[in-house]
Design a protein around this ligand. Structure first.
Ligand code: OFO
Length: 177
């Protein structure tokens, strides 16, 4: 059975992941409105990933006999500026989430909850990947500039991203039917 402090922390992280999902869905819609369908696709996949991050935590909490307490999710913004501005915001958001995951891991260590420490290692690695992916896109935006031809080149590249259910999902209730 998971203790109250760990349970509260995981519930808080579920809320943060769901906010991330909504933020990226709002960003995706913003890009779609600008006819940048590749950018919109990349962000829609990001939304799907964040939804998985939330449900994976939720299923873990249930598997430890914890109680899920879903909380109010703040509305994300609707305007994000240029594509460089938008990806700068994504990077800052992911850096903030990395801090939350690290904080949650520290709670697991302080509470001597070894199972949660092992579980959270997947999120620690995931954050390294998330920040690296976003930094790469941001670097390209800075390097190429935001002329229509350069944006369309990057738009084509980002259109190729597809959502792949992480391998860990095969061992949880999040497995697809
Ligand atoms: Fe869930 O990693 Fe982004 O926020």
């Amino acid at each position: 059975m998971i203790n109250q402090k760990m349970q509260d922390g995981i519930n808080g992280q579920i809320q943060a992941e769901m906010y991330s999902a909504n933020l990226y869905l709002a960003m995706s819609a913003y890009c779609e409105n600008k006819n940048l369908k590749g950018f919109a696709n990349w962000l829609r996949v990001q939304y799907q990933e964040e939804t998985f991050h939330a449900t994976y935590l939720l299923d873990y909490l249930l598997s430890r006999g914890g109680k899920v307490r879903l909380q109010t999710i703040d509305a994300p913004p609707a305007e994000f500026g240029s594509m460089s501005d938008l990806f700068q915001k994504v990077l800052e958001h992911e850096q903030m989430v990395t801090g939350l995951i690290n904080g949650l891991y520290e709670v697991a260590v302080a509470e001597k909850d070894v199972a949660t420490q092992i579980f959270l290692q997947w999120y620690v690695n995931e954050q390294v990947e998330e920040e690296a992916n976003v930094s790469e896109i941001l670097d390209k935006l800075v390097l190429l500039g935001e002329k229509p031809s350069e944006l369309l080149y990057l738009d084509k590249e980002l259109a190729l991203r597809v959502f792949v259910l992480p391998a860990v999902a095969n061992t949880t209730k999040t497995k697809q039917a």
